[in-house]
Design a protein around this ligand. Structure first.
Ligand code: FES
Ligand code: FES
Length: 157
C-alpha cells in the first residue's frame, strides 16, 4: 500500500511518520507515535473521547485523516498538562469530582481548553453546548460543567 511521509509537531516535538491515505490521525497517534493519552472510544465521531487540538482547533482525531495533519501542530492531553505539571483545567476537574471512570476525560479537557481559549466568561449553557459532542457515562455532566466554569472564574480572579 502506498505510504506518505508526513511531518507533524506533536506536543511541540517535531515528528515524521509514514502514513497511508486511509489512516486516521487517531490511528497514527496511538499506534505509531505512542500518544495513548488520546482515547479510542467509538471510532466514528460519536463520543469525543479522541479529541485533540489541530493548530489550536479541537477536532475528533478519529474523523481526521493523518494526511490532513501534515505540517500542522497537534496537541493532545499530555501537551496540555501531565501528572507532574497539570494544567489548571485538569486541577479543576479533580477538584470538582469531574473525573470518575476517566473514559471521557482526555477529550473533555481538550475541548475545555479550546473553548476557554475563545470564551473566558462562559455561561453554563455555553459550556453545555461546547461539550455537547463529548459523551460522559458517569458524571451527569454537572461536575464537568462546574469544573470548566470554576476554572474560568478562577483564572479571572
Ligand atoms: S473515538 Fe472519536 S469521536 Fe469517539
Ligand atoms: S467520567 Fe466516566 S465517562 Fe465521563
Amino acid at each position: 500500500m502506498k505510504t506518505y511521509l508526513i511531518e507533524i509537531k506533536l506536543n511541540k516535538e517535531l515528528k515524521e511518520v509514514e502514513v497511508t491515505a486511509q489512516e486516521t490521525l487517531l490511528e497514527i497517534l496511538r499506534n505509531k507515535l505512542g500518544a495513548i493519552d488520546v482515547k479510542d472510544g467509538c471510532g466514528k465521531g460519536d463520543c469525543g473521547a479522541c479529541a485533540v487540538l489541530l493548530d489550536g482547533k479541537a477536532v475528533n482525531s478519529c474523523l481526521t485523516l493523518a494526511l490532513q495533519a501534515n505540517g500542522k501542530e497537534v496537541t493532545t492531553l499530555r501537551g496540555i498538562g501531565n501528572e507532574k505539571n497539570p494544567h489548571p483545567i485538569q486541577n479543576s476537574f479533580v477538584k470538582h469530582g469531574a473525573v470518575q471512570c476517566g473514559f471521557c476525560t482526555a477529550g473533555m479537557v481538550v475541548i475545555a481548553k479550546a473553548f476557554l481559549n475563545q470564551n473566558q466568561n462562559p455561561s453554563r449553557q455555553e459550556i453545555r453546548e461546547a461539550i455537547s459532542g463529548n459523551l460522559c457515562r458517569c458524571t451527569g455532566y454537572e461536575k464537568i460543567i462546574d469544573a470548566i466554569q470554576n476554572m474560568a472564574l478562577e483564572s479571572k480572579s
